[in-house]
Design a protein around this ligand. Structure first.
Ligand code: UDX
Ligand code: UDX
Length: 431
């Protein structure tokens, strides 16, 4: 099947490459010429383990190509995937500017019937609107299938080839069958339902995972106040198979391009229909506070950090990605700059993206040694392997004051080391 995938971001690129890998002929389309040029050199615009090998092998096999949106002929493809961003708008709803732009493009340049597959996360009711917009006044018949994506950044290639479920929502059985056949080689249960249910499955799943994380963080705050140990508590909880140990890790909260925008969009949809979504709103509020928790610890230790070197270990919203969208690091850096601290940062992949925001206001250290040298506090933001491997002796020998504020609970042994001042999320203040 010849397919075009519009949007070569975290979702679109991985989707396009995976469909090519299972034998389809795929054209990946984008409006960003730099991205298209990079992809033609088998370079990925995003950091995603394993993606560049798949780009090269499928391109060389003639199954994968890259085109600028102004150069592509949509009539070559019976099926078109929409994977453009749906970022959070100012008012917290999902911004559908890019979706509407692409619909206009596709409608204007299609002369044969098409099936549009919506990969992007869109508010409940959007797929029905997309179908209505495409068909009004058109000589061409468009069917639409909602096919939300569940991949996690940093493990997207693994996730996309091992989906736990394939969700297909439409008002047309034939269209669903076509898309189910496209996905046949992904051995996973296929849920066939209507537009609204498919859209809700995506939001409900992300909001549930985000709420589970905030629940763990609420309990970690209770532990800090009472002397409990969140690591023992979540271990004890997670052994109950009904709760499970996944997405129960307390820390400085969730970031990324999904949980923050999807929880916000869900509550806006609920508000629109007068449905009480306070459980998700509470999870959002707890997460907001959690992301700058290390700064509140720092304020208790240093009444004034002006001119002090404060080091951030990690910047990305999670390990194995360069994505900093809604990352805790951005909020922490802003708070430290308000306090006139000398902010130093290190991250294996995300420093370039942070530099686009903070420029010369902060210092980018290429090694952990540089980062820790003469530092007066080390804040653990992202649990990269290279950070988890730092030996405690490094902190003691390099730092001016061996003080670790651990946002991801990766240096728990430091709690037993009398030469290190250590505070982690979810344990009573040791300082
Ligand atoms: C995706 C999904 O779109 C989003 O709904 C989901 O919640 C997260 O994953 P993402 O892949 O992260 O978003 O988007 P982004 O990384 O911003 O990439 C979108 C791509 O679409 C960009 O490369 C952008 O240049 C491109 N684009 C945007 C187009 O090709 N055409 C447009 O009109 C607008
Ligand atoms: C998420 C969903 O998992 C995925 O199914 C959906 O398609 C997109 O959104 P992603 O945002 O890429 O994926 O990363 P994820 O691994 O879910 O982590 C999200 C955030 O939660 C990260 O900031 C991570 O640090 C945080 N997290 C995760 C916790 O704080 N505790 C946990 O136990 C798990």
């Amino acid at each position: 099947m010849k397919i075009s995938v519009i949007g070569t971001g975290y979702v679109g690129l991985v989707t396009g490459v995976s469909l090519a890998e299972i034998g389809h002929e795929v054209i990946c389309v984008d409006t960003n010429i730099e991205k298209i040029e990079m992809l033609k050199r088998f370079k990925s615009p995003i950091y995603e383990p394993g993606i560049e090998d798949l780009i090269r092998s499928n391109f060389e096999a003639g199954r994968l190509s890259f085109e600028l949106n102004t150069a592509v002929n949509y009539d070559e493809c019976e099926v078109i995937y929409l994977a453009v961003g749906t970022p959070q708008a100012e008012d917290g709803t999902a911004d559908l500017t890019y979706i509407n732009q692409v619909i206009t493009d596709v409608k204007a340049s299609s002369h044969e019937d098409k099936i549009i597959v919506t990969k992007s996360t869109v508010p409940v009711g959007t797929n029905a609107q997309i179908k209505q917009k495409l068909n009004e006044g058109s000589d061409v018949h468009f069917d639409v299938v909602s096919n939300p994506e569940f991949l996690r950044e940093g493990s997207a290639v693994k996730d996309v080839f091992n989906p736990e479920r394939i969700v297909l929502g439409s008002d047309n059985e034939t269209a669903i069958k076509v898309v189910a056949d496209i996905n046949e080689k992904f051995d996973a249960p296929v849920i066939q339902t209507n537009f609204e249910s498919a859209e809700i499955i995506k939001y409900a799943s992300n909001a549930f995972l985000a709420t589970k994380i905030s629940y763990a963080n609420m309990i970690s705050n209770l532990c800090e106040a009472t002397g409990g140990d969140i690591y023992a508590v979540t271990y004890g909880m997670g052994l109950d198979h009904r709760i499970g140990d996944k997405f129960l890790q307390a820390g400085i909260g969730y970031g990324g391009s999904c949980f923050p925008k999807d929880t916000s969009a869900l509550t806006k949809i609920a508000d629109k229909y007068q449905v009480d979504s306070s459980i998700v709103k509470s999870a959002m509020k707890i997460n907001e506070q959690q992301q700058t928790k290390l700064v509140s610890y720092l304020d208790q230790i240093y009444p004034n950090v002006k001119g002090k070197k404060i080091s951030l270990l990690g910047l990305a919203f999670k390990p194995e990605t360069d994505d900093i969208r809604d990352a805790a690091s951005i909020k922490v850096i802003n708070e430290l700059l308000k306090r006139d601290a000398e902010v130093h940062v290190f991250d294996p992949e995300a420093m370039g993206n942070i530099k686009n925001i903070f420029g010369e206001k902060i210092t980018y250290d290429e090694t952990v040694d540089e980062l820790l040298q003469d530092s007066e506090a080390a804040l653990v933001i992202t649990e990269w392997e290279v950070i988890k491997k730092i030996d405690l002796s490094e902190f003691k020998s390099k730092m001016k004051r061996p003080l670790i504020l651990d946002g991801r609970g990766i240096f728990l042994d430091a709690d037993e080391d009398s030469d290190i001042e250590y505070q982690t999320i979810g344990r009573k203040g040791a300082i």
